[in-house]
Design a protein around this ligand. Structure first.
Ligand SMILES: Cc1cc2nc3c(=O)[nH]c(=O)nc-3n(C[C@H](O)[C@H](O)[C@H](O)COP(=O)(O)OP(=O)(O)OC[C@H]3O[C@@H](n4cnc5c(N)ncnc54)[C@H](O)[C@@H]3O)c2cc1C
Ligand code: FES
Length: 302
């Protein structure tokens, strides 16, 4: 096993200073990216393959798993989206987007392959992957929480010899709402990671995985809590039960990492939309240890 990995460090957080962005020295200014491909993940969730118009930027653009970008459409709006792709696969990047409101509905209905959008970023801290070296990694996701964790999973697989066991627990409402289903089954078949899928109910759809809530999956696996880092991403109710379960299993609070979303605007610590006290989710997060998040309970459960 090699002991160091090459991963970009997030720009340092300096009070009052603007966050640098790989897309340009002015972090407010979006760079143009072309939509190369639009894939259908599940109903109302699409996977966009993007490439920067500027070849030099396309080449140098990198990020760490767990960071996000701001996608904009001129005259419509802008919103933060996680990167479900891995920086180990250079030249292009992906976004997994759910139809929610004004911006995303416009994107779904009026923007297609070959069209261009604005991208600023990457922003946020991302996962502390240097800490992952030599450790077992337990990923758990609920629903759309799989989007950022898919980027991390790809990263762990691409740099597989650096890490111990890689385990994914992923729970969804029903078989039709499982993101990246075929891809995850492929990962499992190849033995790149231990994949455990579950749904709340099959609704009479074909399904070979588990039925039940995602925390039930923890009953089926054995982990050494002293050499495992747990990473969780999902809706608020998911955190409530997952954190309770992991803590009961004996995970230390600094070995539980949560990727948390707040309403965001600027992404660079200026507008205050994502602030909880003095913590800016866009700068200091979206990844927090449970230790940090416990001091800011509204971060998890609001
Ligand atoms: C760090 C971060 C990463 C994100 N990653 C993804 C991602 O990978 N894929 C994805 O589909 N979405 C992601 N989101 C949520 C996404 O930013 C919003 O869904 C999007 O901005 C909505 O824009 P809109 O104009 O289409 O909807 P709006 O018209 O703004 O709102 C439509 C509905 O969505 C709700 N909404 C808007 N923003 C958020 C938010 N941040 N969190 C929860 N509910 C919201 C509103 O309350 C409203 O009910 C992320 C958000 C953050 C903060
Ligand atoms: S989104 Fe503006 S300060 Fe965080």
């Amino acid at each position: 096993m090699t002991s160091s990995i090459d991963v970009p460090r997030p720009a340092p957080v300096r009070s009052g200073a603007l966050r640098e962005a790989a897309t340009g020295s002015n972090p407010y200014l979006p760079a143009t990216a072309r939509i190369m491909r639009v894939g259908h993940l599940i109903q109302d969730v699409r996977l966009y393959d993007l490439r920067f118009h500027d070849p030099a930027l396309a080449d140098r653009f990198t990020y760490r798993p767990g960071q996000f970008v701001e996608l904009s459409i001129l005259g419509v709006g802008e919103g933060p989206f996680s990167l479900p792709s891995s920086p180990t696969r250079r030249g292009m990047f992906q976004l997994g987007i759910r139809r929610a409101g004004k911006l995303t509905t416009y994107l779904f209905d009026h923007v297609s392959e070959g069209d261009e959008v604005g991208i600023r970023g990457p922003f946020g801290n991302g996962f502390p992957v240097e800490r992952f070296v030599g450790q077992d990694i337990l990923l758990s996701a609920g629903g759309l929480g799989m989007v950022p964790l898919r980027g991390l999973l790809q990263y762990l697989i691409d740099l597989r010899p650096h890490f111990g066991r890689v385990i994914l627990l992923y729970g969804c409402k029903n078989p039709d709402s499982v993101l990246f289903r075929e891809e995850l089954l492929g990962v499992q078949r190849r033995g790149d990671a231990e994949i455990h899928l579950t749904v709340d109910g099959t609704e009479q759809k074909p399904w070979t995985g588990n039925v039940g809530v995602v925390t039930d999956l923890l009953e089926e696996i054995e982990v050494d809590v002293n050499r495992t880092l747990a990473v969780a991403c999902g809706p608020p109710v998911f955190y409530k039960f997952m954190v309770e379960k992991l803590t009961t299993m004996g995970f230390a609070k600094d070995r539980i990492l949560l990727s948390l979303e707040r309403r965001m605007e600027c992404g660079i610590g200026k507008c205050g939309h994502c602030a909880v006290g003095y913590t800016f989710t866009c700068l200091h997060g979206p990844v927090f240890t449970l230790w940090d998040a416990l001091n800011l309970p509204e971060l998890i459960y609001e």
